[in-house]
Design a protein around this ligand. Structure first.
Ligand code: SAM
Length: 241
């Protein structure tokens, strides 16, 4: 079916993504729950189990938004975390949530473009990006940067929408993302375009195997992925050796 989605021209992508997240920052968490019927919480729990937080290890969370991955790490007993995002509005919602949850020590915040990380080589033990890679213009640059800042023996994990692999799910998922989501965007967030962008960006994103190949091309080893909910999302991971 042709839903009329289009690739955003490269030079238009950054300003568009910025406008989308400026516009949704305050409603981001409630919209996430509504649009995924709460399932994103389950995916993030599985992601956190895979991440396996450990005291003393340092985490860099890219495109951290309102903080779910960082909070999972800290709540699970992980070491110092740097929560980053390119969008200061998203990050400040995240900072407020951190304070209200009592996560104040071992946590810092920084506005960072994941395509150009302002950190030295080999300084982090874990790097994460959750529902962020899709929004980045130069995805290979993000993967290379993640590898560069990891210490040898460090691991990169990515949670992202992926390709549905269960045929029976496809029509339901299409109707959900191209009819229900933009309608919710209109009524709940008063912002149809942002949620149209969301549906489009999901369709344009590389499938499980393609993303795994990109991880290998960026220099990661032992690249693995796990599909979640029939492939609606996937967790990819790789080690820097
Ligand atoms: N990680 C959070 C989560 O899982 O709920 C937030 C994900 S949110 C869908 C995507 C985030 O990616 C937004 O906060 C947006 O500002 C951020 N983003 C987009 N492009 C980025 C870039 N080039 N570098 C860093 N963050 C970026």
């Amino acid at each position: 079916t042709d839903f009329g989605y289009r690739a955003v021209p490269r030079e238009e992508k950054k300003p568009l993504v910025r406008a989308v997240f400026d516009s949704v920052a305050n409603r981001y968490d409630v919209m996430n729950d509504l649009m995924s019927l709460g399932v994103h919480r389950v995916w993030k729990r599985i992601f956190n189990a895979e991440l396996a937080p450990q005291p003393g290890l340092k985490l860099l969370d890219l495109a951290g938004g309102t903080g779910d991955v960082t909070f999972g790490w800290l709540a699970g007993g992980g070491g110092p975390a740097i929560m980053t995002d390119i969008n200061v509005n998203m990050l400040s919602v995240g900072r407020d949530r951190a304070i209200s949850r009592g996560f104040v020590s071992d946590l810092s915040f920084c506005v960072v473009d994941a395509e150009q990380i302002p950190l030295p080589d080999r300084c982090m033990d874990r790097v994460t990006i959750s529902f962020g890679l899709r929004n980045c213009t130069d995805k290979m640059a993000v993967l290379r940067e993640a590898r560069r800042v990891l210490k040898p023996g460090g691991r990169f994990l990515c949670l992202e929408f992926s390709r549905v692999q269960v045929a029976a799910l496809a029509p339901i998922y299409d109707a959900w993302s191209f009819k229900v989501l933009p309608a919710m965007g209109t009524f709940v967030a008063k912002d149809r375009e942002s949620y149209q962008y969301l549906a489009e960006s999901i369709r344009m994103f590389p499938d499980q195997e393609t993303l795994a190949d990109m991880f290998r091309e960026a220099g990661f080893t032992q690249v693995r992925y796990t599909s979640l909910s029939g492939g609606i999302a996937a967790i990819h991971s790789g080690w820097r050796l």
